[in-house]
Write a protein that binds this ligand. Sequence first.
Ligand SMILES: [Zn+2]
Ligand SMILES: [Zn+2]
Length: 368
Amino acid sequence: MKKIIGLVAALALVLALGAWAAFRSSPAVQDAVVARAAHAAIARGSQMPAADDSLRVLLCGTSSPMPDRAAAKACTIVVAGGQWVLVDIGPEATENLNRWRLPIARIGTVLLTHFHSDHIGELGEFNMQGWAQGRRDPLQVFGPDGIEQVVGGFNAAYAPDRAYRHAHHDHGKGLMPLAAGEMQARTIAPFKAGEAPQGRRSVVFERDGLVVTAIEVDHRPVTPALAYRFDYKGRSVVITGDTVYYPPLVAAARGADLLVSEGESHALLDIVAGEIAKTGDARLAGVLRDTASYHLTPVQAAKMANEAGVRELVFTHIAPPIPLRPMAVPWLRGVREARPDGVRLGHDGLTATIPLDGGPVRFETLRE
Ligand SMILES: [Zn+2]
Ligand SMILES: [Zn+2]
């Protein structure tokens, strides 16, 4: 038996060496391998189902501003019928969308919760990618007071890029029309910069059965800051954006099927800050500790979910990062006691399918 195993191993080695020699010496073999790999990547297509039988949510970025190799910054997609809506577009998120081969040219609407860099950093890149992949109309970017400045700034920064790409790829045939490359800012009233939050709500749009409502939250000194609620054919999802525990948000999330909530473990963050302080960088330690004043702890989020009577709670904007699975235990400390069921940690690629027939929420993960 040992002899046979040895012979098979030797044969496999000879074959592998032969294949490597053929690959290295033959451009034709190399090209065939490239074509095979490209075909496999392209043929996979989007894994997000198109059927109008569910309200769907995809976490396309789940990290906080702290570095996390496994996760992009803030990004969530809601799909209702044929409508794709993006909520926040933080750094690295566009890469996720492309790797999952999502039809990003179909995403014509972006909602920004607020203008911290981890929520808007990749707006220019996302817009350019959707345009290059065939979007025919300008991206509509909704946000509170200040959205004109943010969108105008990205449009200005990307003006040379738009001109290059139009000159190179349009071929005079309208293949990359300049007008579709420039984003349009849409201000959500009545929230004004500098005003203390008052827990107001405002319908952003109502389209083919999808109602999107903005909810004022408390992320001071960031004003305005918004959460969003999506209602579609009797099912609903609420995305908190960044906020402290805030009773008006609880009221607005009442009865939602899914609450996608930010979470920051202040206890773990304090430990990290303490270690940074030991290196002599008290300034950075202080910056980190400052963030506890305007973010939700996981336990507070669990209590909000309970008070609002939501079915499922999923964490995103996870701070500090959880590099190893066991570290979820201290991050979630106290959460299971507050909310034993219907709670989970999010990760990039997690999808929630909320069936329109009233069935339970299903969770899956997109493959690369
Ligand atoms: Zn923020
Ligand atoms: Zn944030």
